[in-house]
Design a protein around this ligand. Structure first.
Ligand code: IVH
Length: 646
């Protein structure tokens, strides 16, 4: 028996050490499998002896749900932080301190983690309690929940009583992984962690894969810590996870550091930075206000998230016929702009987030993308369900449901989707036909009856003259651009087809792999998913597209649009950039471009510093002039032919 307990002690120490390497240092030293073998061995011994050691990792999985949260009184009060929103305010704070102290104090800089304050008490080296901050004096006892956090040590080398403070966080990668399969998605990392820690079902907490990052030793007996630096050292030596740390007595250096923080590169949310006077004695002379230490301040970043009321939902039809719900909001300020609309992604997303008209919702704006609704902040009294549309809001055609999405399959008769398809087809990243705005595309649909981008190739000058703003020069330029576009390369043409879930990057990968539309159109889902970055959903979209649109593809082929992918690295023009200008006699523009690409060259639409060779036909104009001005190699059609045949 005693031998078993000895063995258990060894196993627990070993497993805790391995977990520390993995979860705190991010530097595992064994495989998951090796860890599992030791863990299973420990489980077997625990079952055999009927004993579970205090710091056994098997305590991290969570047991029966708890009945309620017990109050927990902190040894020392947990203070909050004063805050500022600008560098001028931060400078003013620092100058005031410097004036009071007669010198510039050494200050530390840390992340202000955006989660939930956690306070842990250890006695005799064992974790005895974990609590939320509560009102600063009394919090809620969440010991069992905290034990599920694998980076929190269950035992530490320090044997006195110590109270340590940190921030409970959910990593963004953990949040995304959870949301990928969750019935109800988590709204943001802060809510996610608060909901997990304040959950009486501890098994649920364990599922969230939380972390705690420590920044404060709130109480310690038998030892005095002289500075923030020493606190962080103490925390590290006792195997706690700590965050970024920087120290200087120069406020401009602090500001430089803050400016260099790239929030989007972090796997956890921060809502600012915390600046603290380092030296404990200096802190002592500065003291506290009612709520805050005078020796620390939080510099808050501009919020990217707020709440507002959802008033209505409008459904928009995209180029693939997919309907996207657009939320109409009570206007609210966010990131220096007034936000009135946000996306709800799809119908399934509405159900998952359970948002209703009248609800107060969380909205988030990041990297200038259209704001997104994250979930409900508060239900309104008269909330009403968002009606599920049954017919297309644009053409009245009956909708088809596919997974979370609603589609209008009226491919040639739904104005919104045809217009969106024409605009996409003509865009720079596709066939590069200049001058087709949404308004132009609408007129092409309304006035000329264009129902597919393929019909652009048949338009006459007479017809185009009926479109606003289309005069002689513009008409001839447009017709020429349309004809020139037949030389588009395969990746651009695939992008132009508007296949559901196929963007620019996938289009290129498909072009490289299959080399032609013919080969791509015959590909099976299995062949498609074998390509890196093509998943099952994308593969299905591609197969469905080609099985539905054979006629359209035949029309493109008949028009002479049938690009072949040329491996850029091969051929006699390998890597050379060409511009074609003027009228060629022996080749169409499209054929010449195809020949260049088949030989590994690249065709550019305008002459730039990067251009290598300009092929000038008759009546070449401004491109030829620019090529001369830039001293580029200029060849005529015969020289081009010689190059090809050499
Ligand atoms: S120090 C006596 N440092 O921000 C000072 N707090 O707004 C105690 N927080 O309640 C706090 N990161 O939950 C400190 N590096 C950090 C922090 C931090 C996040 C949170 C903490 C605190 C709140 C104050």
């Amino acid at each position: 028996m005693n031998e078993d307990i000895m063995l258990m002690k060894e196993l627990v120490a070993r497993l805790n050490d391995l977990a520390y390497r993995y979860y705190v240092l991010d530097d595992p030293i064994v495989s998951d499998k090796e860890y599992d073998v030791l863990y299973d061995k420990l489980c077997a011994l625990e079952a055999k002896t009927g004993t579970v050691l205090n710091d056994s990792p098997t305590k991290r999985v969570g047991g029966e749900p708890l009945k309620s949260f017990e109050p927990h009184t902190h040894i020392n009060r947990l203070y909050s932080l004063d805050k500022c929103n600008s560098f001028d305010e931060l400078r003013a704070w620092f100058e005031k301190l410097s004036a009071a102290l007669g010198k510039q104090p050494e200050c530390t800089l840390e992340y202000k983690l955006d989660g939930l304050t956690i306070c842990l008490t250890y006695r005799d080296g064992q974790l005895v309690s974990g609590a939320t901050r509560g009102n600063g004096e009394v919090g809620e006892n969440v010991t069992e929940q905290i034990k599920t956090v694998k980076s929190v040590p269950l035992s530490i080398p320090f044997k006195g009583t110590v109270e340590v403070q940190g921030e409970g966080i959910m990593r963004i990668s953990a949040l995304n992984a959870y949301n990928a399969t969750a019935a109800v998605p988590l709204k943001n990392p802060r809510n996610a962690v608060a909901g997990a820690i304040r959950n009486l079902d501890v098994r649920e907490t364990a599922k969230r894969n939380l972390d705690v990052v420590f920044y404060n030793v709130n109480y310690i007996d038998g030892q005095s810590l002289g500075s923030q630096t020493e606190q962080i050292e103490f925390l590290k030596n006792n195997r706690f996870k700590t965050g970024m740390f920087y120290k200087t007595n120069n406020i401009e250096q602090i500001i430089d550091q803050i400016q260099s923080v790239d929030k989007s590169a972090l796997d956890f949310a921060i809502d600012g930075m915390v600046i603290k006077v380092d030296d404990a004695k200096v802190r002592g002379t500065l003291g506290y206000t009612d709520k805050f230490p005078k020796w620390a301040i939080a510099y808050k970043f501009e919020a990217e998230e707020t709440t507002t009321v959802l008033r209505d939902v409008q459904w928009q039809v995209g180029r693939t016929g997919k309907l996207t719900p657009l939320a109409i909001l009570d206007p609210v300020e966010l990131c220096g702009a007034t936000v009135k609309r946000a996306t709800l992604n799809n119908y399934g997303d509405i159900l998952r987030k359970d948002v209703k008209i009248g609800s107060r919702v969380f909205i988030r704006r990041s990297n200038d993308v259209i704001p997104e609704i994250l979930g409900v902040a508060e239900r309104g009294q008269n909330d009403v369900d968002i009606p599920k549309p049954t017919v297309c809001p644009c053409c009245g055609h009956e909708l088809t449901e596919e997974g979370a999405h609603l589609f209008c399959l009226n491919f040639y008769g739904c104005r919104a989707q045809v217009v969106a398809r024409i605009v996409q087809f003509c865009s720079k990243d596709c066939m590069d036909i200049d001058g087709v705005s949404i308004k132009t595309a609408e007129q092409l649909y309304d006035i000329l009856g264009v129902r597919s981008p393929a019909e652009l190739y048949d338009l006459t000058g007479e017809q185009l003259a009926r479109i606003d703003g289309f005069k002689d020069k513009k008409i001839s330029n447009f017709i020429k651009a349309v004809q020139d576009s037949k030389a588009a390369d395969l990746p651009h043409f695939i992008s132009a087809l508007c296949i559901e879930n196929v963007g620019k990057v996938t289009a290129r990968a498909l072009a490289e792999h299959f080399g032609s539309i013919d080969a791509l159109s015959k590909a099976s889902e299995d062949e498609l998913t074998a390509i890196q970055d093509v998943g099952g959903i994308v593969a299905q979209s591609i197969v469905e597209y080609f099985s539905a649109h054979g006629e359209l593809l035949a029309k493109y082929k008949a028009l002479g649009i049938d690009p072949v992918y040329a491996q850029k690295s091969e051929g006699k023009f390998s890597g050379l950039k060409f511009v074609l200008t003027g009228a060629l006699q022996q080749y169409t523009r499209g054929d010449a471009a195809k020949l260049i690409e088949q030989n590994g060259g690249i065709v550019q639409s305008s002459v730039s510093k990067l251009t290598d060779i300009v092929v000038a036909g008759e009546n070449a104009g401004s491109k030829l002039e620019r090529a001369r001005a830039l001293g580029k190699k200029i060849i005529d059609e015969n020289q081009f032919k010689d190059m090809l045949n050499s």
